[in-house]
Design a protein around this ligand. Structure first.
Ligand SMILES: [Cu+2]
Length: 164
């Protein structure tokens, strides 16, 4: 009885902020999500990093924007450092989540002024700069990563993240 109450409380705490709130919301919302488990996994312990993956963020003079590589394959349970190198001329983001979460957030962003995303599962990187994320991909599944700066996804800036 008491145990189920605790579990219900925990589920409520993790479910309360929407996925988008986790990087737009108040700091306390973020803190809750830091403790929580997302479908894609959770922040990784640097001591457990098995490998480093470099992802280049690019924008071409013709307007095409890309991630290279555009697909990542990671073993379920693997902890990796993802180094995000902005080799382009403009700022870019890397946000990883389920496809539904990314699509839903792109809808929310329509007509909204640009808002930076910053969380354990996301980073904004300026030109000629780099950032890194340490993440444990706890669950097998198909996920996506994308740049959510307005217009960038549409210009090609998204990729597949296969955990299996
Ligand atoms: Cu971008």
């Amino acid at each position: 009885m008491r145990k189920s109450l605790v579990i219900a409380t925990l589920i409520g705490a993790f479910a309360a902020p929407s996925w988008a709130d986790s990087f737009h919301g108040a700091p306390h919302d973020r803190a809750v999500l830091h403790e929580g488990e997302m479908a894609i996994g959770h922040p990784g312990d640097p001591a457990l990093i098995g490998r480093t993956i470099r992802v280049s963020m690019r924008d071409a003079p013709d307007g095409a924007m890309t991630f290279d590589p555009a697909a990542l394959e990671i073993a379920a349970g693997e902890t990796v450092r993802i180094v995000l190198a902005n080799d382009g001329a403009m700022p870019h983001e890397f946000v990883m989540a389920t496809e539904a979460e990314i699509d839903g957030h792109r809808e929310e962003m329509r007509g909204v002024a640009d808002m930076p995303h910053d969380a354990d599962f996301a980073a904004r990187v300026g030109p000629d700069d780099q950032a890194s994320l340490v993440w444990t991909f706890a669950n097998a599944g198909s996920f996506v990563f994308a740049c959510l700066i307005p217009g960038h996804y549409e210009a090609g800036m998204h990729g597949r993240l296969i955990v299996g």
